[in-house]
Design a protein around this ligand. Structure first.
Ligand code: PLP
Length: 392
C-alpha cells in the first residue's frame, strides 16, 4: 500500500499509543460495571472518578460538571435539546450559520417545533459581528456558538461572547470539538455554561465524548434510563473509552503549547508553499484567528473533490468540507456563508494536521499538489484564460 500522508485530522485522529495502552486492561480483566454494588464494581468506579477528574482538569472545570457521552453529536444534542426542554416553548435560540450540523440540525428542529431560532451570519474572514450577537441575545436566550470552526479553523472570540451572554442573562453552549488540544480551553476564564468535546478529534478513540455543564445550568436529560452520570445521561459507562479519553486530555494538557507551535510552523510552511507554486488560490479564514493546525484553501475554477480524489491516489488524505457533509457535491455551507466567490467555493479543500505530521509530509504534498492542480486546470472548461470564466 502507498504511504499514507494523513492531513485530515479535523475529521478524526489516530489513537495515541499511550491512550491505547491505558485502555487495554479495561478490555481485559478490569471489566466490571462501575454502578455495581460489589467491590469489583467499586474499583472500576474509582478509575472512572479519576478519569473524570483528569477530563475536568483539562478544561478547568469541577469533576461533577463533566458528563460522559458517546460523541460530540450527542453532547451538542443534549445541550441544545435539553436546555430547550428545560426552558419550554418561547425560548429564543441563537446560533451561527457556520456551526457543525450537530448544532445546526437540533437548532433547526427546535425552530420546526415552534421555538424562535436565529442563525447569525459571518464576514468574509468567517468571523462574527459581535454587535449582531448583542442585538440577537435577549434575557433567557440559549446561545450556541462554536469555539473553533472545523472547516476553516477560525476561532470565535469566546471570552467576549461569554461576556455578552452573561450581561444579558443568556445560557451559552459552545461546541469546542475542534479547540480540544489545539488551543487552551478554560471554563473559569471563559464562563460558558455548557461545552462539548469529542475524544476522536484529539487522539482518543471514536465513540467517547463529554459535555461540560456548569453547576446550576437548567438541563433536562436527553438519554433516559438508569441513574448513571447522576441521572443526567443514562447508559452503562463506556469505561475503557473514558479511561482513554482521560489519557488523551492529560497528554493534550501537558503538550499543547509546544505542539501548537510545531503545528503552526508546519501549516504555515504548507500555506506558503501552495501560494508560491499554485496560481488563483485563496486562503479561507481569518489569518489572525485560526487554529494552528488548519488550512482551508480554494483553488479557483476546479473542483475540490477532484483534487481530493487525485491526492488520495497518491496516499494524501484531505477533506473538501466536514466529513459529514462529504458524499454530497453541495459546496460547504461554511465557505458559502463567508461569501467566497462561486468560482472558488467549489474548489475549497481542507488540510488539517496533528502531532504525528512531519515536515516530510508537507514536502510530499508540495511536491505533488501543483501537478494535480495544473492537470485539473488543463481539463477544466473554466478559468481566466479559458472561454468561460464563471459558473452559471
Ligand atoms: N462539532 C464539530 C465542530 C465537529 O467538527 C464534529 C465532527 O466533525 C462534531 C461536532 C461531531 O463530532 P462527533 O463525531 O464526535 O459526533
Amino acid at each position: 500500500m502507498t504511504k499514507i500522508c494523513y492531513l485530515d485530522n479535523n475529521a478524526t485522529t489516530r489513537v495515541a499509543p499511550e491512550v491505547r495502552d491505558v485502555m487495554l486492561p479495561f478490555l481485559g480483566e478490569l471489566y466490571g460495571n462501575p454502578s455495581s454494588m460489589h467491590a469489583f464494581g467499586g474499583e472500576i468506579a474509582r478509575y472512572v472518578d479519576r478519569a473524570r477528574e483528569e477530563v475536568a482538569r483539562f478544561i478547568n472545570a469541577e469533576p461533577d460538571e463533566v458528563i460522559f457521552t458517546s460523541c460530540a453529536t450527542e453532547s451538542d444534542n443534549t445541550a441544545i435539546r435539553g436546555a430547550a426542554e428545560a426552558a419550554g416553548p418561547g425560548l429564543r435560540v441563537v446560533t451561527t450559520a457556520v456551526e457543525h450540523p450537530a448544532v445546526l440540525q437540533p437548532c433547526r428542529r427546535l425552530k420546526a417545533l415552534g421555538y424562535e431560532e436565529i442563525e447569525l451570519p459571518v464576514d468574509a474572514g468567517g468571523l462574527l459581528d459581535l454587535d449582531r450577537l448583542r442585538e440577537a441575545v435577549t434575557p433567557g436566550s440559549l446561545v450556541s456558538v462554536m469555539w473553533a470552526n472545523n472547516e476553516t479553523g477560525v476561532l470565535f472570540p469566546m471570552e467576549e461572547i461569554a461576556d455578552i451572554c452573561r450581561e444579558r442573562g443568556a445560557t451559552l453552549h459552545t461546541d469546542a470539538v475542534q479547540a480540544a488540544g489545539k488551543t487552551p480551553v478554560d471554563v473559569k476564564k471563559v464562563p460558558v455554561d455548557m461545552l462539548s468535546m469529542s475524544g476522536h478529534k484529539f487522539h482518543a478513540p471514536k465513540g467517547i465524548g463529554f459535555l461540560y455543564v456548569r453547576r446550576g445550568t437548567k438541563l433536562k436529560p436527553f438519554m433516559l434510563g438508569g441513574h448513571q452520570e447522576h441521572s443526567r445521561r443514562a447508559g452503562t459507562e463506556n469505561v475503557p473509552y473514558i479511561i482513554g479519553l482521560a489519557k488523551a486530555c492529560e497528554i493534550a494538557r501537558i503538550g499543547m503549547a509546544e505542539e501548537g507551535r510545531k503545528l503552526a510552523a508546519l501549516r504555515d510552511r504548507l500555506e506558503a508553499g501552495i501560494l508560491a507554486t499554485c496560481r488563483n488560490v485563496r486562503v479561507n479564514g481569518d489569518h489572525a484567528h485560526r487554529l494552528p493546525n488548519t488550512l482551508n484553501v480554494s483553488f479557483e475554477y476546479i473542483e475540490g473533490e477532484a483534487i481530493a480524489y487525485r491526492l488520495s491516489d497518491l496516499g494524501i488524505c484531505i477533506s473538501t468540507g466536514s466529513a459529514c457533509a462529504s458524499g454530497s457535491l453541495d459546496p460547504s455551507h461554511v465557505i458559502r456563508a463567508m461569501g467566497v466567490p462561486f468560482t472558488a467555493v467549489h474548489g475549497s479543500v481542507r488540510f488539517s494536521l496533528s502531532r504525528y505530521n512531519t515536515a516530510d509530509d508537507i514536502d510530499y504534498v508540495l511536491a505533488k499538489l501543483p501537478g494535480v492542480v495544473g492537470a485539473l486546470r488543463e481539463l477544466s472548461p473554466f478559468g481566466p484564460d479559458k472561454n468561460v470564466t464563471t459558473f452559471s
